[in-house]
Structure formats: C-alpha cells, structure tokens
Design a protein around this ligand. Structure first.
Ligand SMILES: Cc1ncc(COP(=O)(O)O)c(C=O)c1O
Length: 400
C-alpha cells in the first residue's frame, strides 16, 4: 500500500507532520523564519479581523511560518483540527481561560494542579468576575455537585501536578455534555500526546506546556492550545492577537526538533521511570511511591485505560523530606535538584504539603485530607530523564 494512502504511524507523524522539503532551497530540515512582517501579494485589510480571505502571512503576532510548522505537527500528534502556540504553558492557559470565560461565568477546576494555574484561577480570575470552584476531579459525584447553570468550563489536569492523581477524561466530558457545560479543557502536559489524546475522549481543548516533554530538552519555553478550528480561530483573533503572548520562532524551531523524537523519548522515559519506581518501592527509607505504571497506584486501572504510556513522572515520600532535599542539593550528581520536568535530564524537587497549602492551594477539611492521601507531609516530584536507570538509582541511593 502506498504510504500516502495509509494512516501514518506516530513516529512518522512526529518527524514529518508540519514539515516538508523547502520548495525554494530544497532544505530538508525546517527553516527558521525570524521575520516579524511579511509582504502580502495583494492589498489586504489592516486589522486581523479584516483580511478579506487572504491566507498568506502578514505579521508574526498573527502567524509565522516556523511557528505554523510546529502548530501543524502538534495538531497531527494530538489528533486536533487546529493548534495555537504561545510563549509559555501559562500564556496558553491564561489565553484559553480569558479568551473563553467572561464576567459572571463559573469555572470548575481540579483542586490540585500546576501551581501557576492554581494561583491564576484563585487570585486573578475572581478580579474579573469569574467564579471558581476547585474540586477533586477524580470524584465524579463531587464534580457533578460543583456544576451550576453558570458553569462554562471544566478544567482538568491529569496526571495532576504534583501528586500524580488522575482524572477520567471520558467520564468528565460526558458529565459536562449532560449538564450543558460548554468547554472541557485538559492540561495534558504530564501525559503528552503519546500517552493520552483528550480530544478523542470527548474534551474540547488540550493545553500543553511545550517547555516539558514536547520540547524535551529544557532549552525553550512554549505552550499550546489545541481543539476545533472554529474555536481556535476565535481564540487567535482575541487571545493571541490582543493579549500577544505568542511563541518566538526561534523557540518554535527548537521545539520542532524536540517534538520529532517525542514518541521514542516517551517510550524511554516510561521504561526508565518504571525501573526507578520499582527501585524506590523496594527501598528501606522510602515510605510510598506514586507512579501510574505501578500496580500500587490507587488509579492504576484508569491509568491503563487512559494512558498508552505511563510517562516519566513519579512522586515518593520519605520520613524527613527536608533533610533529604538538603542532601540532594549538595550531593546529587546525575539528577539535578531543579524545578520543571519532561527534559532529557532527570529533575527532582521537594514539595512540602504545608508550604504548598499556604502559598497556593489553601485546602482545608476534606480537600486537605484528599490531598494528603496522595502526598502525606510532602512529596519528591521526580521527572525521570533519559539517563541509564542504574545511574539514576545509584545517585538517589547515596542521598536517601
Ligand atoms: C502541568 C503544567 N501545566 C502548565 C505549566 C506551565 O508551563 P510553563 O512553565 O511553560 O508556563 C506547567 C509548568 O510546570 C505544568 O507542569
């Protein structure tokens, strides 16, 4: 069968989607086009709202050829009609929230998620008259109770940063449809499109921090929103063109290179993370390990249904986390004690529950109990990199 007549595999898609041989120079790799402006072939309108159907590039805040190549590649990987890239994951999240929500709307959001997102919705959105209810998204009854006639969006993060709790995207999307909630948005940064494709499970939008697995090398920040073309076109006109947090073409070019190897990197991340998780589970100073690929994860069945790859993120708990964190800062060699995740290099960070509650989540009562069920007094959030598993384990062993 001719390759053009069949569905391409994910590895081929990651390498070739959005790219092609340059028709002028015959360059095989993507060109880096830094131009901020483009000379149109006809006299088009001045506002982005009035281009009279002109399809070419006009100004880089609207669209840029290198960024567009990355957007097309990400759309193919995620099975989305359209993609819009931003300067960071937070620029993508804030564009989607502010582009879709208005004064008087209600947002139901995962009670545990990336701290930047949690702080944005708790401290900034209410200033614009948007009401926010954080809820444990792993409990469908709680989500159903939180929905009101004004709920416009469910914001899901799975696996949730930092505690590795999962949410059932298919069930949440069905609930949203049944209750007339317009948008289901899924921050799928921890999973990557290799593990989970939320749009196929019923979500309306997917958000990625490209700074993590998709870029994969820790040298370029970026973000993306993916979904239906009509929704993304509207978002482009409002959130992208007006808020202006667009991705630099240079970063798009770096992330394009990273994205090409995403499938094989994710396979290696998973393989090494599983070996490290098993090592930690058997370690005498480790109290608990949470990795979706371990049978001991409380939602392992959901992980098996929803994740085609268990990714490289795990958490573990020890008796005196702060003392171990101090030893890590001083002594770790292969693993870097640093924030961020999804890079080829292993990264670890200590996240104490009490501090995080004060600075960000402010959970009390039942919500706090549910958080502590996964995190105890605090977790080491570990982004297992692409080094040899034996070297990672030996490095951890000398500080535990
Ligand atoms: C799940 C998740 N979403 C969004 C972000 C924000 O991404 P960025 O740092 O690229 O703004 C992060 C950052 O760590 C994250 O972990």
């Amino acid at each position: 069968m001719n390759i053009t007549n069949r569905q391409r595999g994910v590895r081929t898609t990651a390498i070739h989607a959005g790219e092609g041989i340059d028709p002028v120079t015959r360059a095989s790799s993507p060109n880096l086009v830094m131009s901020a402006t483009f000379a149109p072939t006809e006299a088009t309108g001045f506002s982005a709202r009035n281009r009279d159907g002109y399809e070419g590039f006009v100004y880089a805040r609207l669209s840029n050829p290198t960024v567009k190549q990355l957007e097309d590649k990400l759309a193919a990987l995620e099975g989305a009609e359209s993609c819009q890239c931003y300067a960071s994951g937070m620029a993508a999240s804030s564009a989607l929230m502010l582009g879709r929500l208005s004064q008087g709307d209600h947002l139901v959001i995962s009670d545990t998620n990336y701290v930047g997102t949690a702080e944005l919705v708790r401290d900034s959105l209410p200033r614009f008259g948007i009401e926010v209810t954080p809820v444990d998204m792993s409990d469908l009854d709680l989500v159903a109770q939180a929905i009101t006639p004004r709920t416009r969006m469910l914001w899901v993060e799975t696996p949730a940063n930092p505690i590795m709790r999962l949410a059932d995207i298919g069930a949440l999307s069905a609930l949203a449809r049944a209750r007339n909630v317009r948008d289901v948005a899924v921050d799928s940064t921890f999973a990557s499109p290799i593990a989970t494709r939320p749009l196929e499970l019923g979500a309306d939008f997917v958000i990625h921090s490209l700074t993590k697995y998709i870029g994969g090398h820790g040298d370029a920040m970026g973000g993306a929103v993916l979904g239906r073309k009509s929704d993304l076109d509207a978002l482009n006109l409002e959130a992208t063109v007006h808020f202006g947090g667009v991705l630099s073409p240079f970063n798009a070019w770096l992330i394009l290179r990273g994205a090409a190897t995403l499938p094989i990197r994710m396979r290696a991340h998973e393989e090494t993370a599983l070996a490290v998780a098993r090592f930690l589970e058997g370690h005498k100073y480790v109290k608990r390990v949470f990795y979706p690929g371990l049978a001991s994860h409380p939602q392992h069945d959901l992980a098996r249904r929803q994740m085609r790859n268990f990714s490289g993120m795990l958490t573990f708990q020890v008796a005196d986390g702060l003392a171990v964190a101090r030893r890590m800062v001083e002594k770790l060699d292969v693993v870097h004690y640093a924030v961020s995740l999804g890079h080829h290099r292993s990264l670890i960070y200590w996240i104490p529950t009490a501090d995080l509650m004060r600075s960000t989540f402010r959970h009390e009562g039942e919500l706090l109990k549910r958080y502590r069920d996964f995190a105890g007094d605090g977790v080491f959030r570990f982004s297992v990199g692409l080094e040899d598993a034996e070297d990672i384990c030996a490095d951890l062993d000398q500080v535990l």
